[in-house]
Each structure stands twice: as structure tokens, then as C-alpha cells.
Design a protein around this ligand. Structure first.
Ligand code: DQQ
Length: 534
């Protein structure tokens, strides 16, 4: 019953039970969205991995199907790991995925829909030619670090390309393969990209973005108004990094111009719990959509007790910011269909040292949009140039630590007496020649249960508080607090497990623990209806 399961989500994708991890092969086919995902049909811990499968008309409500890809050939008998879908020019989808063979080697396989007239594509057929790519004595590929093929893209020579995550010793890399027919693949001499001391690159993603506007591009697009994004998931730290760069499809050279794939620097989609993500081009709505896996922060024992683990983040539209310096993300607009019972607050003064309850909504299942106006900035504390790591700063300066301007923001999943809350807030500092805006997600008081991982998260936001309002959108879903700061410039997702602040015990507050009053120029919050989740 729901009383025993206070942490199940109402609108974040999850199956009825068991373990899930990476989103796989997202695509749209005949107007239907497909999501496959890594799934253990036998339990709440990782293992026995198959591709579970669901479809949706709106990316919000989902219909489950039977597993689409499961061990059945020598080339995948020990597991069907992550991979991607490609829609071929004739409209036919294909899936490339990693199989684990009897020698525990990682190899790349292909699967085709059995019946293209079935929009649900429930049956998938594997090629007898599998594996299509494999480690051999001569190609020097590390057989235990060769996985997660991307969506294919077409080069000007008419050849398909994909990359596959790998490493050689501590050097992470994206191995490039080319093919004329999607069946016969040849490894390129040089990887598309590599970086020293980063360890294994899991789930690489490589896609074009337009330099003007929000419109998404087909994965094979290239040209003068196109930049490319390379994202990788670092196995060692379970953090993702992306770079924005220039890709020359004739020479197959990718040169990052912004960002780097390194520990604790570089750009990230999400500075909280978000991993093994993957985008796809939605050809119906002309947008690029990002899926990402949100793991648990609870113990393995608790996962087994509750019988499930892992959810998918709300799919996000993703585009290049007009500065060209970073990507911007926003929950797909369809999720707004679930909004109900709107609560408004306009031009409210949030006095220093006070909090304000946002009442009249289901605070455990809500969507909140708020924008703050700060006014004078002379009370901003000096920014210490040694503060290079936002997460460390958020760990040092939690919500209870008074500041000059800020912390101000939201206390979500808060118990009535504030014994528990997850705080998402801003602080403004005065840097050498500009203001520095810090966004934090503070889990340190999220639960009276201390067995959970309550790591705090943070990101510096590229917004100018002298000119712009500071905005925050937070999606609250029982054990998820998924936040978008600065209109999608900084995203942080947290998993929390309150003891008191569940169901009707959950409250929502705006708070200001700084030395200066701030204005809530606008706060709109909605209770969220339950989505149909499998
Ligand atoms: N999960 C899959 C791998 C991938 C990893 C196995 C990333 O293919 O590298 O379940 O979370």
C-alpha cells in the first residue's frame, strides 16, 4: 500500500518493482515515444540485465511492454547492456547495444523490429551476424571496457558513424566506428575523443545543437550553424561531463571549445544524482530530449526491503544557450498537463531571517516556479577565489548558515516543525569583477534516517543578479527533488527519504536566511496529478 511505500514516485518514470538503471534507445516511431531501460526482472539490485520497454504518446503516461531485448544469443548471453536506437533514412529503427558474451567480453550487437507495422515494436529480432564489433587481439580494445554504442550519424561520405565508450589504462576514450550498411563496422584509427586519467567512459552521447534558438537537430545534422556536444559518464565518480565543440565530419575530428572531461571541473547536465543519460531527436516536435537515470541514495538493504530501486528523471528539452557557453534544460512541456490546483504568490516581501509557508497544495507531489528579486547588492559577502568547487561550498554553507544575500529559496519536503527538509537556495557573493551566484541543494536535513546518503550538491550559475531575476523551478515527487535554476542553466536532482515529511506530512516553504530582505516577484505552485506509470 502507499503507506508502506512513501517514496514511490507519482510522475517520475518507474516500473512497479525491481531494479532499473540506464535509459536505453529512446526514440519516437510513428508518433509514439519508446523508452527502453536497464532492468533486473528478478530483484531490487543490479543484475540479470534486460532491456525493459515502455511506450507513451506524451512522455508523461506510459504503457509497459514485455522486455524487448534479453539474453538469447552467445553474443549477449551474460547480459544486454546499454545502447541506442537509430532511425535509418527509410524510417526503420535499429538498436545497437552491448552484449556480454560467454567469456564476459563486451561486444556490440544489433536488433531490428520484427514487425514495422506495429507502432509498439514489441518484438525485436537479433542479427545472426552478432557481434558486429568485438575486441580482438589486433584491435587492442579492452574487453571489459567496451560498451554503450551511441545513436549513429551519417557523414558526408555516406558512411555511418557511432562511438563506443572505452578506456586504455586510465585514459578514457570514445572509440569511433564506421559502416556503409550498419552491419559491417570498421574501427577508425583515432578515437573521436579521449582524455587522460578519466577512467572508463560509459554511455557516451554525441549530437549536434543549433547555434540559434531552441530547435533540436537530427543526429546527422552538420553545417555552419551547428555545434556538437560530447557527453560521457565517468564510471569512477558516477558523474557526467559534457563539452561543446566543433566537429569536422570529413576528418572525423572533434575539438571541444568549452568544457573538459575531468573530475570536478567542466560542465554537467545535472550537479546532483543523474547518470548514464542519453538524448534523442524528437522529429515530431523538433526538439532534442534528454533522459537520465536517478539512482537511490538509500542503502542496498533498504532497496531490497522496499522492492525497487532507480527512477528516470523527467525528460528534458535541451538546447545551446545563446552565449554558446553551456546547454540549457527544461522539463518537457507535456509534464505541465499534470498540474492542478494552482497557488499564486505575487510580489511578496521575504524578510531576512523569515520563512513563508506555501499552503494549499500537495507538497509531496508538486511543481513550483519562483523568481526572486534582490534589489541592492551591497550586502553581498566577498567571494573567496579559493572557492572553486560549488559542491564543497554548499557543503560548508548549508541552509542554516546565515549569509549576506541569501541563502534564500525553497524548503521542500519539510516537516511541520522543520526537523526535516530539503533546501534549494541561492547565495550571492561579490567577486572580483562580477557577482557570483551559487545554487545549492542541501540534503543534510532531508531525513531523520541517517542511513541515507545526504551529500549536498551545488553549481555556480551564470546569471547576473544586478540585471536578471533569479528563478528556480523544482519538481517534487515524494523522494525526488529535481531543480532547475536560472531558467535551466543549472540543474540539480536529489533523492531524499523523509520520515515525517511524507504525504500530508510534507510542507513547502520559501525562506530567507540572509541579512537582507528579498522579493518574491512571482511564485506559482501546482499539485501534480499522478501519471500513468506502467
Ligand atoms: N550500465 C550498463 C552499462 C553502462 C552502465 C550496465 C552505466 O552498459 O556502462 O547496466 O550505468
Amino acid at each position: 500500500s502507499s503507506a508502506d511505500q512513501p517514496f514511490r514516485t507519482a510522475y517520475h518514470f518507474q516500473p512497479p518493482k525491481h531494479w532499473i538503471n540506464d535509459p536505453n534507445g529512446p526514440m519516437i516511431y510513428k508518433g509514439l515515444y519508446h523508452l527502453f531501460y536497464q532492468y533486473n526482472p528478478k530483484g531490487a539490485v543490479w543484475g540479470n540485465i534486460v532491456w525493459a520497454h515502455s511506450t507513451s504518446k506524451d512522455l508523461v503516461n506510459w504503457t509497459p511492454h514485455k522486455p524487448a531485448i534479453y539474453p538469447s544469443q552467445p553474443a549477449d548471453i551474460k547480459g544486454c547492456w546499454s545502447g541506442s536506437a537509430t532511425i535509418l533514412p527509410d524510417g526503420k529503427p535499429v538498436i545497437l547495444y552491448t552484449g556480454i558474451n560467454p567469456e564476459e567480453q563486451q561486444v556490440q550487437n544489433i536488433a531490428f523490429p520484427k514487425d514495422l507495422s506495429d507502432p509498439y515494436l514489441v518484438e525485436w529480432v537479433k542479427s545472426p551476424k552478432n557481434p558486429l564489433m568485438a575486441p580482438t587481439a589486433s584491435n587492442k580494445i579492452n574487453a571489459s571496457s567496451f560498451r554503450d554504442p551511441t545513436t549513429g550519424w551519417l557523414g558526408p561520405d555516406g558512411m555511418w558513424r557511432v562511438i563506443i565508450g572505452s578506456k586504455r589504462r586510465r585514459k578514457g576514450m570514445a572509440i569511433l566506428y564506421r559502416s556503409k550498411d550498419f552491419i559491417h563496422w570498421e574501427k577508425a584509427k583515432r578515437p573521436l575523443h579521449s582524455a587522460k586519467k578519466t577512467g572508463m567512459w560509459e554511455c557516451p552521447d554525441f549530437f549536434p545543437v543549433s547555434t540559434s534558438g531552441h530547435v533540436g537537430l537530427d543526429t546527422s545534422a552538420s553545417g555552419p550553424h551547428v555545434k556538437h556536444v560530447l557527453k560521457v559518464s565517468l564510471d569512477d565518480t558516477k558523474k557526467e561531463y559534457y563539452t561543446i565543440g566543433t566537429y569536422n565530419p570529413t576528418k572525423d575530428v572533434y575539438v571541444p571549445t568549452k568544457g573538459s572531461i575531468e573530475f570536478d571541473s567542466g560542465l554537467r547536465y545535472d550537479y546532483g544524482k543523474f547518470y548514464a543519460s542519453k538524448t534523442f531527436f524528437d522529429s515530431d516536435k523538433k526538439r532534442r530530449v534528454l533522459w537520465g537515470w536517478i539512482n537511490e541514495s538509500s542503502t542496498r538493504d533498504n532497496d531490497i526491503k522496499k522492492g525497487w530501486a532507480g527512477v528516470q528523471a523527467i525528460p528534458r528539452t535541451i538546447w545551446l544557450h545563446k552565449s554558446g557557453k553551456q546547454l540549457v534544460q527544461w522539463p518537457v512541456t507535456e509534464i505541465e498537463k499534470l498540474r492542478t490546483g494552482q497557488v499564486d504568490m505575487c510580489n511578496k516581501l521575504l524578510k531576512k531571517g523569515t520563512k513563508l509557508e506555501v499552503s494549499g497544495l500537495t507538497a509531496s507531489q508538486a511543481d513550483v516556479e519562483v523568481s526572486f528579486e534582490v534589489g541592492k547588492l551591497d550586502k553581498a559577502e566577498k567571494f573567496d577565489p579559493g572557492w572553486t568547487n560549488a559542491q564543497d561550498l554548499c557543503t560548508e554553507k548549508v541552509a542554516t548558515v546565515k549569509g549576506g544575500i541569501g541563502p534564500f529559496g525553497l524548503k521542500t519536503l519539510a516537516s511541520e516543525g522543520l526537523e526535516e527538509y530539503t533546501a534549494i537556495f541561492f547565495r550571492i557573493f561579490k567577486g572580483k569583477d562580477k557577482f557570483v551566484v551559487l545554487m545549492c541543494s542541501d540534503q543534510s536535513r532531508s531525513s531523520l534516517d541517517n542511513s541515507n546518503d545526504k551529500t549536498n550538491y551545488g553549481v555556480f550559475l551564470d546569471v547576473d543578479p544586478a540585471k536578471e531575476k533569479l528563478s528556480l523551478r523544482t519538481l517534487i515527487d515524494h523522494s525526488i527533488v529535481e531543480s532547475f535554476g536560472g531558467e535551466g542553466k543549472g540543474c540539480i536532482t536529489a533523492r531524499v527519504y523523509p520520515k515525517l515529511a511524507t504525504r500530508d506530512g510534507a510542507h513547502l516553504y520559501a525562506f530567507n536566511n540572509g541579512c537582507q530582505d528579498v522579493h518574491i516577484s512571482n511564485l506559482t505552485a501546482w499539485s501534480m496529478k499522478k501519471a500513468q506509470l506502467n
